[in-house]
Design a protein around this ligand. Sequence first.
Ligand code: ASP
Length: 325
Amino acid sequence: MRVAVFALGGTISVSGRARGERLTGAEITSAVPGLDTLGVTLDVRDVHAVPSGSLTFAHVLDVVRDAARAVAEGADGVVVTQGTDTLEETAFIADLVWAHDAPFVLTGAMRQPSMAGADGPANVLAAVRVAVSREARGLGALVAFNDEVHAARWVRKSHSTSTATFVSPNAGPVGHVVEGRVRVLAPPPRRGILPDAFDAERLDAVRVALHTVTLDDDGAQLVGLDGTHQGLVVAGFGVGHVPASLVPVLGALAERIPVVLTSRTGGGAVLRHTYHQPGSETDLQERGLVNGGLLDPYKARVLLRLLLTAGADRDKVASAFAEHG
Ligand code: ASP
């Protein structure tokens, strides 16, 4: 079996030798006990050595393209090591465009390699096992962490330091690694794959803002947003509500750019037809906001930016969120 490994930096690569120095992908993988007994040949590539907050959509899409080439040349699966801070977003970017059955598995670490109980080696071992697992084929992008397997479309980073930080509030883990065996218990359904039409220049031209609605929010931040941004995701209260005072500004924006409504709660869906007061989900939908469904604000922003970069109009945006949300 063969796995293509792409090293992108993150805590898993912090060397502990000199400040700012990073481990290479070969150093990360060679420090994993038991990896050499799996009978898996690793093709390790150092792509970036950065904190994950410095990754871009273009970086991720380049990795996906290189990974697709590796699979076409015979790799059975793909592992990406990166920082955990943005992993819930990068994983979803990959998931939306990954058109192969071969598992695309992302992982990282919460503890630096030199710390007691460093989790990087166990996570890499689990990720490689998932990457070559028959059970994980056809499931798109997955996150292997803490011996759990999460679907890219549901996974969230839920804690700033815990090694159990990755959770899927709406679905739970789709599988587990038990005594080295990958058990997929709840395979996530695959949604439509977006055709790859994303060069860096087009991505740069599409800005999607995310506005989290807060108590007594007067919406001043949103005024004129359509002059600088091509789309907006609103993280509303609860089931998708905003203060009544925000309705005019959101309605006006929705006439000019796609505005997607999500929930700031971290779990559950935006409702469609339960409340009717000004600022409710029905009111905002009538004013043209697109219902983000079960997608959290960060994932909704990923989907909207890719759709707009691909040239989607309002109807295409609405139908894509109906499918993915
Ligand atoms: N700040 C780090 C990063 O995302 C955190 C981590 O790797 O866990 O690059």
